[in-house]
Design a protein around this ligand. Structure first.
Ligand SMILES: O=C(O)c1ccccc1N[C@@H]1O[C@H](COP(=O)(O)O)[C@@H](O)[C@H]1O
Length: 210
């Protein structure tokens, strides 16, 4: 299973989290977020990481040109679109960045929103489901009602996100089987400052489930 740890801002923490077992690291490219990191800072982290780790930039309603420039100048291997990006926008980005993974994040309010998810599978490589929050786009620590996803089976891989922690991850994975999980605020001391003990605990829990 893929394990993405999001909101990395420090090279040493990125390197440590990769060695603990993360398969993907996420970098918040949303200027209003307390976890925001600029292109030079992303490159400094990426340069310290093994090649096989996925390096995902998280954007929300950015322009295609902003995303493309950030990817090219930082060494990102994937982009997570966490705003209101349309199908057409995903398609445009796919043409501009053909070798880059496109992850479309959907902030789910109701069961009906889960049904809408399938429409994105033609233009995104991967889906990510996060909890809806009225004031913030992401990194809120709000959990989803996992029961909504018991029959969720889109025709592409999908990440479960939203308020996951080392304490609740086994309960979530007992109810549903996503292709990957994504954690941010549940493994940090403060926004953008990851708690390596919590990350280690997460991987211990995941190993105990195998
Ligand atoms: O983390 C942020 O600050 C952020 C800002 C804007 C868009 C997305 C953001 N984070 C994403 O939110 C989810 C869930 O986070 P959490 O585990 O509930 O804290 C995760 O996918 C982050 O990539």
């Amino acid at each position: 299973m893929r394990v993405k740890i999001c909101g990395i801002t420090q090279p040493q923490q990125g390197k440590a989290i990769a060695s603990l077992g993360a398969t993907a690291l996420g970098f918040i490219c949303v200027p209003t977020s307390p976890r925001y990191i600029n292109v030079e800072q992303i490159r400094a982290v990426v340069e310290q990481l093994p090649e096989e780790i996925d390096k995902i930039g998280v954007f929300a309603n950015a322009t295609a040109s902003e995303i493309t420039q950030t990817v090219v100048n930082s060494g990102l291997t994937g982009v997570q679109l966490h705003g209101d990006e349309s199908l057409e926008f995903c398609q445009q980005l796919r043409q501009l960045l053909p070798d880059v993974e496109i992850i479309k994040a959907l902030r789910i309010r109701s069961f009906e929103d889960t049904e809408k998810a399938e429409t994105y599978t033609s233009n995104a490589d991967t889906l990510l489901v996060d909890a809806y929050h009225p004031q913030q786009l992401g990194g809120t620590g709000t959990t989803l009602d996992w029961r909504m996803f018991s029959q969720f089976s889109p025709s592409c891989p999908w990440f479960l996100a939203g308020g996951l922690t080392p304490e609740n991850i086994i309960e979530a994975l007992t109810q549903i089987t996503p292709s990957g999980i994504d954690l941010s605020s549940g493994v940090e001391r403060a926004p953008g400052d990851k708690n390596l003990d919590k990350v280690a605990k997460l991987f211990e829990k995941l190993r105990s489930k195998c």
